[in-house]
Design a protein around this ligand. Sequence first.
Ligand code: AKG
Ligand code: FE2
Length: 656
Amino acid sequence: MCRVSYSIERKAKAIEIFNTHHPLLSQSLSDPVSVAIMLQREGVITGQVLASVESASPSVPNQREVLLAAMREVIQNKYSLLQTFASVLCKFTGNLGAVIQRDYDRYLNDDKKLIKVMIRDDDSMSTDASSTESTPPRVPTVEIAIPQCMSDEFTSIQTSYGRMLYNIRKIIKKEPPPLDDVREYLCCCRSSLEPKLSLCSNITEILRAVEKECSLINVRLLQSLVEEFDIKEAEKLITEYKGILKEFCRTVKISLCLNEKFEALGGSPSLQCETVTYVFDWEPDEHMLQDIKQIISKTSGKLVKIKYIKKGNSIIVTCSFPHSLTGALIMKLNENLELLMKNGLMKLTVGYCTIWKKQKVQEIHSAFTTVGFVFITNHGIRRPLVDEAFSVAKKFFELPHESKKKYSRTSTSGNNGYIEMEQEDIDPTKPGDLKEAFNICSPTECVYPDDEVSDFKPVMTEILGTSRTLALKILEVMGHALKLQDPQFFVKNHQNLSNTTIPSYTTARVLYYPPLPSPAAVKPGQLRCGEHVDYGSITLLFQDPSGGLQVKQSNGSYIDVPYKSDAVLVNLGALMQNWTSDTYIASPHRVLNPINDTLWNSSRQSMAIFIHPDNDSLIECIDGSNKYPPVTAYEDSYRRLFVTYEKYDKTNETQS
Ligand SMILES: O=C(O)CCC(=O)C(=O)O
Ligand SMILES: [Fe+2]
């Protein structure tokens, strides 16, 4: 048959299936908006169609009709999307989706890709990838859903797999356990199978559903079934197969597995929301299939199944998991992120969300050598924690002036405490900044406002802890990026980040820029935060969406720094610029007063974590030059801070 008419026929069949189920869909499709949202995320319908479904509200029947009309058009263009539609429906209305899926499998699932497994009377096997017509009539052929293979290694494991499935079917069919018991057991093991199983009317159909849940390298469900129903002969076959499989995984290099399908063919393609993708920085010739199996099973809590492995710039492992386990899977992966990272993880996505992505060393290097500022995403600091920090800080800053003054930073408080409005000359050429701040430099010496804001200390302690961990990672990346002989050089000079008893100027600072009554209240040249460079090695900066931060470029002009809720802004301090002999740049920056009327009367918040080396670290130019004379980190920071607070410390001393 020519390809065109073949495809027309299949389209017609898909529409026929869709039409058959249309009456029921238009009566009982529940929650059409949620279905449409998922279809849009899966790339089946456009945002425009989604909007038209949503705006057909409030009437659910109208929403259904708009969605179904759009789906008919989609299927007319690409019939295979009927299958995706069915899979999405399964997440909302199990049976409707399962019935469409069954019809799709029956009439449209392309089993031409299957290899046939021939069973001779003596049960010895051979495989034949060509059509059955060439098979001599006396040799019985059984169709077992195993994928077509390319390499010899895969032919052999697939044949063993097919043989095991075939023989287990034979054994179970001879003396099938009660159908209802099997069904109930399987539903308990895998609730997502319930709609499919309810459509199975005999043991053969149930076994097919179980086989679809298995793959060349994962026969867990079948094994638990035969163990539960104590089918000894079948258990023996599975044990035998697992022995062969173990040896196979131990010896086969990943390079031989690329693009092979591990899952039994005939299963519907997983939706994106049920797909997890791992990208590893591995050479396919240097790792075995076993390495992938082990790391994935260990870090996912056995919740995922490997579908296929591909090679891009790195190794990409695509796995599937039941949508209902998304939350559990994300938690498990987060728990094991460190282990994955140690094993060369470059990127990890679950469904529509990126759990982690290694920002390229080169990207960070080029930002630090040019603008000195870089946004880092997937940094491991939860945004809700940042928001909590902003919220406790705001509670503090909104206290009456007299309460806040009890916690003032003084020349003897070790850079801890409250700094009031106009009491910091960060740009000594301009009037004091229109901001308030609270510094925590030494967590043990700092006096916290426990009586007024009880959660201030715990929240700030937590965020300082996670920031230290992130800072250590950035310092390590910088060591690599600068190609230092010892890439851990900066990390080793920042032991205060892992051991808080080691003295340093590392400081967590919450900043509050109060509402400003009117432009008239501001002195000439006075800003929320005057132009300055930070002092230490690196700063992690978190902002709210108010805006106002600007960075000065090398040509003297300023650029606005946008707000990115999921990113940490990292910039370099003067000490780091000197340390790297100006390879890395500490750019001047400032915070402008509100630029439009609506913002003029509102506050702004930010939080800066200033990272400093250990006090006794000797800062000498890393290129061996004497561009900046050696100085201890303590001396360097002390001098800079002295200038900033000199005037106010003096006034306060004379007042007291
Ligand atoms: O508030 C901001 O966004 C910037 C604050 C800042 O640069 C600083 O405190 O060093
Ligand atoms: Fe700054």
